[in-house]
Design a protein around this ligand. Structure first.
Ligand code: HSE
Length: 288
């Protein structure tokens, strides 16, 4: 059996801890033979290969008596880059427990479990459902709305350095005044309404007007400002920090894609440019 989970890009400007979209990079786990102890075969440095691996820890949190197996894990989602690599592992762990324990979990139950583990739903929700997901997690209750993302190009600049979510959350303020919070959430409302009605020009303006997290985090990602300037000149809808960063995401009309790739590459920054598609499937399970 194979379980495949997409990468995700969270926040999308003012949708901090709430909004995310599934994108076309994938974590795949292959469930091989049963064995005495868990074995997770992978090619990552400093990542455990036994029951302390996040995949197995998550699966055992869902069902503590799962039979150990040999698991092969491969991923092209870069680690600590703001593309939901650890959320994809958490979602894969929940699906592994669901399959090996025959738990018949619904997608909503998977989302509740994943959100409890991750602490916020913005990455795990699109990893589970695919597409664009708007969700909330308040008083331990999760609510989510899954919808299509309007046609657009996602051009990701993935820096060659990692940025830990804890470090990136560490620069955020503890409080926001009532007036600023009301203003920031009105911008978020417009961003979502514009995405839902397919008005990417209006959505782009609102996405770039976030005041929940980007103003505080920009200093951590030196590539952000030059890419945003260049993207604006060429006619992108918006440039935002993907998740906690450091990936910088440019949302653009399809016909501007080639020009944007060339222009971002010409900036000669320390990282790679990838064009990603919206994943519409979320969790995929393939029986042998
Ligand atoms: N919403 C989260 C953040 C995503 O921006 O910190 C990364 O976990």
């Amino acid at each position: 059996m194979k379980i495949k989970i997409p990468a995700t890009s969270a926040n999308i400007g003012p949708g901090f801890d709430s909004v995310g979209v599934a994108l076309s990079k994938y974590l795949t786990i292959e469930v091989l033979a049963p064995r005495e102890e868990w074995l997770v075969e992978h090619n990552l440095e400093f990542v455990p290969s036994d029951k302390h691996n996040l995949l197995i820890k998550t699966a055992l949190k869902v069902k503590s008596d799962l039979p150990p197996h040999h698991i092969k894990m491969t991923s092209d989602i870069p680690l600590a880059r703001g593309l939901g690599s650890s959320s994809s592992v958490i979602v894969a762990g929940i699906e592994l427990a669901n399959q090996l324990g025959n738990l018949q979990l619904t997608a909503d139950e998977k989302l509740r479990l994943a959100t409890q583990i991750e602490g916020h739903p913005d990455n795990v929700a699109p990893a589970i459902y695919g597409n664009l997901v708007i969700s909330s997690y308040v008083n331990k209750q999760v609510a989510a709305v899954v919808t299509d993302f309007p046609p657009a190009s996602f051009i990701a600049f993935i820096p060659n350095y990692p940025l830990r979510t804890s470090e990136s959350r560490g620069v955020l303020p503890n409080q926001l005044s009532y007036k600023k919070a009301v203003a920031a959430s009105s911008v978020a409302n417009v961003a979502i309404a514009a995405l839902l009605t397919g008005d990417l020009i209006k959505a782009g303006k609102a996405i770039e007007s976030d005041s929940f997290h980007e103003p505080f985090r920009q200093k951590l990602v030196r590539e952000f400002y030059p890419i945003k300037q260049t993207a604006k000149e060429i006619g992108a809808y918006a440039t935002y920090l993907s998740g906690a960063g450091p990936t910088v995401m440019v949302l653009a009309p399809k016909e501007k894609e080639a020009a944007l790739i060339g222009a971002i590459q010409a900036l000669d920054l320390d990282g790679q440019v990838h064009v990603l598609q919206v994943d519409t499937k979320g969790i995929q399970v393939q029986e042998n």
